[in-house]
Design a protein around this ligand. Sequence first.
Ligand code: S3P
Length: 170
Amino acid sequence: MDNIVLCGFMGCGKSTVGRNVARKSGRKFIDMDLYIEKKTNMKISEIFEKYGESGFRDMEHYACIELSQMSGLVIASGGGAFTFKRNIDVFKGKDTIVLLDVPLETIKMRLKNDKHRPLLQRPDKNKVIKELYQKRLPLYNSAADIVISGKNTPLKTAYAVINAVNSIKK
Ligand code: S3P
C-alpha cells in the first residue's frame, strides 16, 4: 500500500486529519515533526535554536527520504516541507500528495495562541503568516495530486481525503 502524504500550511489540520485518515484507511499515522523529534531526541524549537532553520530543513529532508521508503503510511508533513523541490521530488509519482486547503483567515485564527512553532514567535506574527501563506500556497498546489478543503471537521475532511485518493486510483 502506498503512502498518503498531507501537506499544507501550519494549522491546516494535517495531524488531526491525518490521524483520522490513518484510522479509517488502515494505514499507520506518522507525524513528520514528531518523527524528527524522536530521532534527534530534541524538540523542533531546540533544533531551530541549535542548528538554525537550514539545519532543521536538512533533517526534514532526510525524514522525507526515510519515510518515502516505507509503505502503508499516512504522513503529516511539516508546513515547510512541500515548499522545497527536493522533498516534493522524493514523494512525487510514488505516493499520493494531498493538500489541505484552509483560508488564510482561518489559519490566522487557529495560530493565534501558538507558542511552539519557531517561525511564529515574533510580534509581527500575522504579517509573517500572511507573507508565508501567499508565497507557499502556489508551491503546495503544484506539489499536490489532490486538493481537499480543510474547513470541515477532521473526520469529514478525512473521509473526503480517502474518497479522493481512492477515486484517482481507479
Ligand atoms: C514549519 C511547520 C511546522 C514545523 C516547523 C516549520 C513551517 O510544522 O515543521 O515549525 O515551516 O511551516 P506544522 O506545519 O506541523 O506546524
